[in-house]
Design a protein around this ligand. Structure first.
Ligand code: ADP
Length: 257
């Protein structure tokens, strides 16, 4: 459903990503992992039509992306800037549904259903400043889910919450997206997270980012924070991805990890 062909972007003379080629199939959860500054956000903003890439193409359902597509939702790391502080959780979630042409009642019903899915039904009337960081990020996730996008883009979505909330949100996203058969492209710098969440892990090199690895994650589902992370296959894959992220492709470091 998503195809990136030789996607490149430069800020002036600085090349941030270089000829990224990637395809994502319907229903897949693909994690893109790479070192800080390798161009992960640039890649995501190009896919979302928020910047115009200086080279290559982005195709969504076979059509070139020129502006933000209708069937796409994005969850950013910085929940404090992505929610409107003067709107309740319910109003924040229902607002984008106007774009779908739904009447007020239908918008509020869909928003309430999404808030219920993320465990926030009781907080529907609260304002962002009355909620913890984890709750605010749940609202952002509910807003994306309510919209029922065919592609959900997530940019370090769990990067600003504490470790326990992070695990809860990883599981929440996996559960809800599997339920709706949603396609996800999730950007992270966290190697463990990429292996835990992904059906596939795509590794970007350091800047200018290009694809240096594309690994299937062959782990049993549903994933479990304790059991999955102690599987030999998880540990091996994490080490392999970790080496790729650091730009080391030889095997002798496996023993030292
Ligand atoms: P990542 O998300 O992997 O940390 P980014 O895509 O944010 O990487 O940035 C890649 C590189 O491009 C970085 O060196 C960053 O400083 C640079 N960059 C990002 N946005 C801009 C911009 N608007 N103008 C100039 N340089 C930018």
């Amino acid at each position: 459903m998503l195809e990136l062909v030789d996607l490149s972007h430069s800020y002036g003379s600085y090349r941030a990503i270089d000829k990224v080629n990637l395809t994502v199939a319907q229903g897949e959860v693909v994690c893109v992992v790479g070192p800080s500054g390798c161009g992960k956000s640039t890649l995501l903003r190009s896919i979302a039509g928020l910047i115009k890439p200086t080279g290559g193409r982005v195709l969504l359902d076979g059509r070139p992306v020129r502006s933000t597509p209708d069937n796409l939702a994005v969850v950013f790391q910085d929940y404090s800037r992505s929610l409107y502080p003067w709107l309740s959780a319910l109003a924040n979630v229902s607002l984008p549904l106007r774009r779908k042409g739904l009447d007020r009642r239908a918008r509020e019903d869909a928003a309430m259903a999404a808030l219920t899915e993320v465990g926030l039904a009781a907080a529907a009337g609260k304002y962002p400043w009355e909620m913890s960081g984890g709750m605010q990020q749940r609202v952002s996730i509910a807003r994306a889910l309510a919209y029922r996008p065919s592609l959900l883009l997530m940019d370090e979505p769990f990067g600003s919450v504490d470790a326990q909330t992070r695990e809860e949100l990883e599981d929440l996203v996996l559960r809800v997206c599997a339920h709706h058969g949603m396609t996800i492209l999730l950007i992270t710098h966290d190697v463990d997270e990429s292996v835990y969440v992904g059906d596939r892990v795509v590794v970007l090199s350091k800047a200018p980012g290009h694809v240096v690895g594309d690994l299937p994650v062959d782990l049993p589902g549903p994933r479990d924070q304790i059991r999955t992370r102690e599987l030999d296959a998880f540990v091996r894959l994490r080490a392999e991805v970790g080496r790729m992220v650091r730009g080391r492709h030889n095997n002798h470091e496996l023993e030292t990890m």
